[in-house]
Design a protein around this ligand. Structure first.
Ligand code: COA
Length: 331
């Protein structure tokens, strides 16, 4: 059975930079509070009319260029987002249309911050089984249009942001390279600790002035509980994925944790006894872009030479659902 290897990476971010100072003008917060509690210094928010599919497309073009693959050569698209441009259909088909990629399957994965890891696992299974050869995997979010940018929503509005990352995957017969293992979990008992209630088909109509007035369309989060679960589940999952691959945390060249909060990443690194140079973070510049954080980090690391052939890499994420998971790769 072939293994799955990464052929190319890409990213796209809105050009609108939103600083902590700008947020402190529209809500009761400070640059210091945000930096100390989350590590975030600035983030990118989409401009009016800028769509998620367009961001995904820009990231995909870079990844395809880096891979030397044309959109016509793709066999499938796996698109991770919890913030699609429309209730239905998902962004995968909009990306397929923008790429002019032929009538290939384009599926959406709705696993929030864990979306990219789950999307990789689907693509990996298709490649290893021989179902498809060249697969584009995208993680993309527009969170800025679903946040309460006021003091009432300050615990989420300062954290979440917009962006896209993409990778092109393909099969390799080289037994020393590629995706080695996954570890995936969910725990629906905590679904409402980090969620977006509306629009929802349990409401008739799915969205109303009353629901909007009550702020039910905004992202809601119990930050303390999310923090507690995220900082224990991610290291637990990295250990499990490493064990499945026959490796240990000391073997890691680099850990890319989902960029939830810099303090969470530091706790994950500490729990795994990793040195600072074994962990990559960019939340300081981009905030938490949900399913997009890991592919954005991957692209920055590849282009900066922080990931080289032969490196052992772990990717890990935790998010709404709760859902969490990890992936171990020999680059
Ligand atoms: N600016 C200033 N004060 C804020 C604030 C902001 N942006 N957001 C919340 N506060 C206030 C709270 O209202 C609270 O005030 P009170 O004590 O008067 O009630 C106080 O700060 C402390 O809030 P608390 O929630 O206890 O803070 P915290 O230390 O837990 O930090 C988070 C809050 C959101 C930064 C933190 O819980 C967190 O990072 N959680 C995980 C978030 C995350 O990673 N989500 C994505 C997962 S994929």
């Amino acid at each position: 059975m072939p293994r799955t290897q990464f052929l190319g990476t890409g990213l796209a971010l809105p050009d609108r930079v939103v600083t902590n100072a700008e947020l402190s003008q529209v809500m009761d917060t400070t640059d210091e509070w945000i930096r100390v509690r989350t590590g975030i210094e600035e983030r990118r928010w989409a401009r009016e009319g800028e769509t998620g599919a367009a961001l995904g497309h820009a990231a995909a073009i870079q990844a395809l260029d880096a891979a030397g693959v044309t959109s016509g050569e793709l066999d499938a698209i796996v698109y991770a987002t919890s913030t699609p441009d429309h209730f239905a259909p998902g962004n995968g088909v909009y990306l397929q249309k923008l790429l002019g990629a032929g009538t290939i399957p384009a599926i959406d994965i709705r696993m929030q911050c864990s979306g990219f890891i789950y999307a990789l696992s689907v693509a990996d299974a298709w490649i290893r089984s021989g179902t498809y050869r060249k697969i584009l995997v995208v993680g993309q979010e527009i969170q800025s249009t679903g946040m309460d940018v006021s003091t009432r929503g300050r615990n989420t509005a300062v954290i979440f942001a917009d962006g896209a990352g993409a990778v092109v995957l393909g099969p390799t017969d080289d037994p020393s390279r590629g995706i080695l293992s996954f570890d995936l979990h969910s725990e629906g008992a905590h679904a409402e600790l980090l969620w977006v209630d509306v629009p929802g088909s349990m409401y008739h109509p799915r969205i109303s002035e009353e629901l909007v007035h009550a702020g039910r369309h905004f992202l809601q989060m119990d930050g303390k509980e999310v923090f507690r679960h995220a900082s224990t589940r991610m290291p637990e999952s990295v250990r499990a994925a490493l064990a499945s691959a026959g490796c240990a945390s000391g073997d890691l060249s680099l850990l890319i944790p989902h960029q939830a909060n810099l303090r969470i990443s530091e706790m994950v690194a500490k729990a795994l006894a990793l040195r600072p140079d074994q962990v990559y973070n960019n939340i300081q510049r981009y905030g938490n872009t949900t399913a997009a954080t890991i592919p954005i980090c991957l692209d920055e690391c590849v282009r900066a030479g922080r990931i080289k052939p032969g490196d052992l890499l772990a990717l890990t994420a935790f998010g709404s659902g709760f859902t969490w998971g990890s992936c171990v790769v020999r680059w």
